[in-house]
Design a protein around this ligand. Structure first.
Ligand code: GLN
Length: 484
């Protein structure tokens, strides 16, 4: 059962080949057997899962079921889950039990999904390797010496290792797409506003967006349909109706115009990754797509702009963790200032502290114009780049990451080297666009991902393209050794 996708499992449940309880028990056993090697879960919730599975089986017996009833999911530990620890990968929230469910969690619950647990992540979603988690790093199932990517690394590793078919993630600058690429699975970052941020612990609110990680585009389509939609509790939630993302999956790609930004194929791109990406583009040509060159002239400004804007927003969002209203409180504070400073110094890890310092500095009087305002101006230019590029193409394609997964510890002492892992992903968040990564090859046994970027609300187009690719190829079916 563990090798099947959500769509396949749904057919098995419908045919009565197995029950949700049997499926849930099998996957819980698999998590128990294999997660010691990966550390992809922070919390496993067997009792809640079995209760949800029984409820799903009972609902099905009554004839009340939908496409996702009884199917398993895990949530990145950034999504609040009522009655279950929601740590955000941080000591700061190690003892936080959310009093409510995030909208995404509530929606997937209402769709009948069975939550198996909460997945490991970089602390407060800051990172590209999952090494900043207070709960220890996650390992990449393709090679346990390698990082799984981040910040949704636990979700990506668990899905790649077939511990379960799908998980949620969030993407502020690449945190769904980059770990999907490094773990050889499919991940979709929706258009900003498409999926509610309510109950999703805030990192950089103008960039954060939740989305699905699964092995196939078809499964991402199923999940997005249930996750997306207007939410009055999120002031930036989009009102656009949610299409049936599965309806358009099978459409042919004849005449689809795919733009290749020349800036994404220059210096800095590993040759092995470039070869796999070019082979994938050739496959898209065979499927009927027309490939054109486009330009994103401000691409090189995306990282510097992102690493001003994201820390600025983070420094503001994380001000609430003061040991009084939220978060870890130090022992025996001498006075109020000691309580604040020691609680925050003890509760936050090094990378989070670095971001708070950078953000506070960039927002301070006298520096605001030079950094934050400048970064916002660049953000507008990047948005314009994409707008112009989409006058010549329907989708943009390129590598998701400049190289395959690196070794644990390899970039741990060099934050800037780590920030460059996001070079092809952060611009998409700055522009608020949807993008998807799907597996297209490997280098030395470590997966390569192709990134497809669409205009706002073109998720169906991205999913359609990736699904057709997956019908014609089998990269998404390959399993890491030891986890087949
Ligand atoms: N790696 C990027 C960062 O550290 C992106 C993280 C994310 O998308 N949450 O900010």
């Amino acid at each position: 059962m563990h090798t099947q996708t959500l769509a396949e499992l749904a057919r098995g449940l419908a045919a009565g080949a197995f029950s949700s309880r049997e499926l849930t028990e099998a996957l819980l056993a698999r998590i128990q057997a294999h997660d010691g090697a990966l550390n992809s879960f922070i919390t496993v919730t067997p009792e809640r899962a079995l209760a949800q599975a029984d409820a799903a089986d009972a609902a099905r017996a009554r004839g009340e079921y939908g496409a996702l009833t009884g199917l398993p999911i895990a949530h990145k530990d950034i999504f609040c889950t009522q009655g279950v620890k929601t740590s955000c990968g941080s000591k700061m929230l190690d003892r936080f039990v959310a009093p409510y469910d995030a909208t995404v969690v509530a929606k997937l619950d209402a769709a009948g999904m069975v939550m198996l647990g909460k997945t490991n992540m970089d602390e407060f979603a800051m990172g590209s390797s999952n090494e900043s988690s207070w709960y220890g790093p996650v390992r990449n199932p393709w090679d346990v010496r390698a990082v799984p990517g981040g910040s949704s690394g636990g979700s990506a590793a668990a899905v790649a290792a077939r511990l379960l078919p799908a998980a949620t993630g969030t993407d502020t600058g690449g945190s769904i797409r980059q770990p999907a690429a490094l773990c050889g699975i499919t991940g979709l970052k929706p258009t900003y506003g498409r999926v509610s941020r309510w109950g999703m612990i805030a990192y950089a609110s103008s960039l954060d967006q939740g989305g699905p990680l699964a092995r196939t585009a078809e499964d991402c389509a199923l999940l997005l349909g249930a996750m997306a939609g207007f939410d009055a509790r999120d002031s930036t939630s989009a009102g656009a109706p949610v299409p049936d993302y599965r309806a358009g999956l099978e459409a042919g790609l004849d005449g689809l115009r795919i733009g290749l930004p020349k800036e994404y194929f220059g210096a800095g791109l590993d040759a092995g990754v470039a070869r796999a990406v070019e082979a994938a583009i050739d496959e898209y040509r065979r499927l009927g797509a027309d490939v054109v060159e486009v330009s994103l002239p401000n691409a090189q400004l995306a990282i510097p702009a992102y690493y001003v804007i994201a820390p600025c927003e983070a420094s503001s969002n994380l001000a609430r963790y003061d040991g009084v209203r939220f978060g870890h409180r130090c022992e025996a504070p001498r006075d109020l200032v000691d309580l604040y400073t020691r609680s925050r110094a003890e509760g936050f890890g090094a990378e989070v502290q670095r971001r708070i310092l950078v953000g506070t500095y960039a927002l301070s009087a006298g520096y605001y114009d030079a950094y934050y305002l400048k970064a916002q101006q660049i953000r507008r230019l990047i948005h314009e780049d994409f707008r112009r590029a989409f006058e010549h193409c329907d989708l943009i394609a390129g590598p998701t990451t400049p190289d395959v997964a690196f070794d644990l510890g390899e970039k741990a002492d060099d934050p800037v080297a780590l920030y460059l892992a996001d070079i092809y992903t952060v611009a998409v968040n700055l522009a608020g666009l949807p993008a998807l990564s799907h597996p297209v090859g490997d280098k030395g046994g470590r997966p390569v991902g192709l990134q497809l970027i669409g205009p706002a609300f073109a998720e169906a187009r991205l999913l359609n393209a990736a699904h057709r690719f997956q019908l014609a190829t089998d990269w998404h079916r390959r399993a890491p050794q030891g986890f087949a």
